[in-house]
Design a protein around this ligand. Structure first.
Ligand code: CTP
Ligand code: MG
Length: 235
């Protein structure tokens, strides 16, 4: 199974002056933890890291430290996650039929989750890891002059709501078509599954992991470090 890791963001919401994937958790960069799980997954045989040129030397150093027995390629990132994944898809080796896509910022995903997604992907064209939401979610309408206090428009039935994670997995040719159509029709999406859905294609759910958070804010970094400390009392 091929794996693409979008890692070309800048981490604006983290508020630092460099890519958040270079911040450390238990003394190792966020991307180190993500890659460690991907390397430990039996199903993954090739890894493509999508990154900005400015980060590439640091990322190469991380890959060197991990001494990956699997080939690791570096691919030029884009201005948005959508563009970054598009670039990643074009850079897949010939013959790649299926691909998992996993955000570099989801550094707590386990090797078992990669393996589970890879296995389910043998029997479908599109999937996402996801977990049922715990909060009651409100649809808020800020268009009617609510100002600082926008109004609640509705409350979707929580039993139907799932929080999307990565890995997400797809047939390569079908996802490439969906991305090409997204460009033609100027769709803006925050994950690849949304392109599949807009094309009317089926996306299956694989049970995700509650701890598989996306490190986005300084608070997420603190929570991620707490979880890693529980998992690695030896460090
Ligand atoms: N990403 C990417 N290319 C971009 C933007 C984001 O490959 N142009 C990657 C990020 O590196 C991250 C993943 O997509 O691993 C999810 O994005 P997000 O959590 O939003 O990260 P950032 O875009 O870096 O953070 P922010 O939105 O706060 O700036
Ligand atoms: Mg972003």
């Amino acid at each position: 199974m091929y794996l693409l890791i979008p890692a070309a963001g800048s981490g604006k919401r983290m508020g630092g002056d460099r890519n958040k994937l270079l911040l450390t958790l238990l003394d190792q960069p966020v991307l180190w933890w993500t890659l460690k799980a991907a390397i430990a997954s039996d199903a993954i045989e090739w890894i493509g890291i999508i990154c900005q040129p400015v980060d590439r030397p640091d990322f190469e150093e991380i890959v060197g430290i991990l001494n990956s027995p699997k080939p690791v390629a570096f691919i030029q990132g884009g201005d948005t996650r959508q563009e970054s994944v598009y670039n990643g898809l074009q850079a897949l080796p010939d013959g790649a039929q299926r691909v998992l896509i996993h955000d570099g910022a989801r550094c707590l995903a386990t090797a078992e989750l990669f393996d589970r997604c890879a296995s389910v992907l043998q029997g479908c064209a599109g999937l996402i890891a996801a977990v049922p939401v715990k909060d009651t979610i409100k649809v808020v309408d800020s268009s009617n002059g609510g100002g600082d206090r926008p109004e609640v428009a509705s409350t979707p039935d929580r039993s139907k709501l799932w929080a999307a994670q990565t890995p997400q997995g797809f047939e390569v040719a079908t996802l490439k078509d969906a991305h090409a159509r997204g460009i033609r029709e100027k769709w803006t999406v925050t994950d690849d599954a949304a392109l599949f859905e807009k094309c009317g294609l089926s996306v299956r759910i694989v049970e995700g992991e509650e701890a598989n958070l996306k490190v986005t804010t300084p608070q997420d970094l603190a929570i991620a470090e707490f979880i890693l400390r529980q998992r690695h009392p030896e460090i």
